[in-house]
Design a protein around this ligand. Structure first.
Ligand code: HEM
Length: 538
């Protein structure tokens, strides 16, 4: 073909593409949001001391769907609207995938596991993992949850020298993190990590403050470089993990330790299953068994199996420990509610003793209305995974429960978005929407879960209409695990101890370090902590 004609055809095609892209994005351009500080970095360097402060301000000003700017002039849609979330996460199947950045970073931390998988690959992995997370299976772990909780409470009783009325300031997050690591070790892999016994533990050392060390405060280079990931084909993006830089080095080091540890364990379990003598009921053993029953085509590869183990370690302990520490903090600020819970536990304890049992069953825990309500309320107010990212896989239209006003004054109850749009699922903002939770949405009020039967017309989330564990096909697989684990811990701790705010009233901030972790404002350099005054119950 004549080179001039070729040039003309190519130019025409590019023009058509540009016009199509411009037309597809015309609605998005009209969505309101805070003014961008600049084209190069957008809002990526916007700083908030406390997670959610700006998010709440923007949602109040612009609505449950608003826009921020990503680097290089790209739009970022923040979504807290229930109908839009239900559509994105439930109804549209896999059309809204985890974003390129979240999958690439998860891949660096865990390998090619469920946090990274997409489409059929994700559904294949999830199907094999599901048998380990059924309600019956997780309820059977209660005795392990309880004995770990009792071990934790013994540690604190020792610190308080078993003297009724004695009281000390304790960083509750530190012991809770060790406790939940021991739990995931035993329940997840049938391994005793001994973290509560202060044993040197390679797994604990590998994960310690990993997010705060690597993800918090990204450099300008990282921010810009990550934006370019959206234009790099996936097979090339895999090599990002070999880049220099403190975050990549930290991820490589962590994954190497976890992989070596996991491989040995999985090999032992696989051998036992193949020999037909695997009776263990830990999550990994169930997973190995479920995997060996699958066809060769569907089966998880060795690399994927190892990645699931890294995923459970990563997702399965700090999450619950942080949530528990927020729970004890709120109860320290609301001691009258804490007393109500103690009374409730006492009454159920009497019932358990009367029937001749040693400890609470799952139904006993489920009958503790005040305790359950406090747990739900804290999961609502303090969703430690406060934001997740998705990317539109096709041109789409988001339905809205709460209409928004565009920059030209038009009010719309649906929003067309072009393929490739990055959307931020705002678990934080959804959990605090006054339209759903009422005018006291920002207050700690567990009674809302007792007095109100149903909140909001459109239900999202996996439990109690909360977005804390996300929703739909890629929602947290471990939500029930966490809920039972927290119940077991909470009941033990409230039965034995009273919690209050220490006399020096440390200012606790919600730090955005991958997860929302508590930090003391005057001691940020010490990393995550939650100091509370702990006393033995009189
Ligand atoms: C309070 C505790 C927890 C919270 C708040 C939490 C929250 C979440 C959230 C929001 C997601 C969705 C992430 C996304 O969409 O990008 C998620 C996914 C996941 N969580 Fe949790 N999680 C918790 C505990 C656990 C536990 C205990 C386990 C395992 C034992 C676990 C395993 C997972 C896994 C495997 C996924 C990926 C699911 C998939 O992609 O299909 N989580 N979690």
């Amino acid at each position: 073909m004549d080179p001039q004609v070729l040039l003309l055809v190519a130019g025409g095609a590019l023009l058509v593409l540009a016009v199509r892209r411009w037309l597809a994005g015309r609605w998005l351009r009209k969505v309101r949001g805070p003014p961008s500080p600049g084209w190069l970095l957008g809002h990526s360097k916007e700083f908030e001391l406390n997670v959610g402060d700006l998010e709440s301000e923007y949602v109040a000003k612009y609505g449950a769907v608003y826009k921020k700017m990503a680097p290089l002039g790209e739009h970022l849609l923040h979504v807290a609207d229930p109908k839009a979330l239900q559509y994105m996460l439930h109804k549209s199947g896999y059309h809204f995938q985890k974003s390129v950045v979240s999958r690439t970073v998860s891949g660096e931390i865990t390998g090619p596991g469920i946090l990274v998988a997409q489409n059929q690959d994700h559904s294949r992995q999830r199907k094999i993992m599901n048998p380990a997370f059924t309600a019956a299976q997780l309820r059977s772990f209660l005795p392990i949850f309880r004995s770990s909780a009792q071990k934790l409470s013994q540690k604190w009783q020792d610190i308080l020298q078993n003297e009724p009325g004695s009281s000390k300031k304790i960083n509750v997050l530190a012991t809770l993190t060790r406790c939940t690591l021991d739990i995931i070790g035993e329940v997840g892999f049938d391994v005793q990590f001994g973290a509560m016994d202060e044993k040197l533990n390679p797994v604990m050392e590998a994960y310690k403050d990993m997010f705060a060390d690597s993800i918090a405060f990204p450099s300008t280079f990282t921010v810009l470089f990550q934006r370019l990931w959206y234009y790099i084909p996936t097979p090339i993006l895999k090599y990002v993990k070999y880049m220099p830089g403190k975050d990549h080095a930290r991820f490589r080091r962590t994954l190497k330790i976890i992989n070596e540890y996991s491989k040995k364990l999985i090999d032992e379990k696989t051998e036992a299953v193949l020999a037909g003598n695997e009776k263990k009921k830990d999550i990994m053993s169930i997973l190995v068994k479920a995997n060996s029953a699958e066809s060769q085509k569907e089966r998880l590869t060795d690399e994927e199996m190892i990645a699931q183990m890294a995923t459970f370690l990563l997702a399965g302990h700090e999450t619950t420990a942080s949530s528990m520490s927020w729970l004890l903090w709120e109860l320290s600020r609301h001691t009258e509610y804490q007393s109500k819970m103690r009374e409730e536990i006492k009454a159920v304890r009497a019932r358990v003793a009367a029937r001749g049992d040693q400890d609470f069953s799952v139904s006993d825990l489920d009958s503790m209305t005040y305790c359950l309500a406090a747990q739900k309320e804290v999961l609502r107010l303090h969703p430690i995974a406060y934001m997740t990212e998705r990317q539109a896989g096709r041109d789409d239209v988001l339905p809205l429960a709460y209409p928004i006003t565009l920059s030209d004054g038009e009010v719309v109850n649906e929003l067309p978005i072009p393929k490739g749009t990055t959307l931020r699922v705002s678990n934080w903002a959804y959990n605090r929407l006054p339209q759903i939770w009422g005018p006291d949405a920002n207050e700690f009020n567990p009674m809302r879960f007792i007095e109100q039967e149903k909140m909001g017309a459109t239900y999202v989330g996996v439990t109690s209409n909360l977005m804390t564990f996300s929703a739909g096909l890629q929602a947290c697989i471990g939500w029930r695990f966490s809920i039972i684990e927290m119940q077991a811990l909470l009941v033990e701790l409230i039965e034995k101890f009273e919690f209050s705010i220490p006399e020096d009233k440390p200012e606790i901030i919600r730090f955005a370090g991958g997860l929302m972790t508590p930090l003391v404002a005057s001691e940020m350099h010490l990393g995550s902590q939650m100091p509370l005054q702990v006393s033995l119950v009189q």
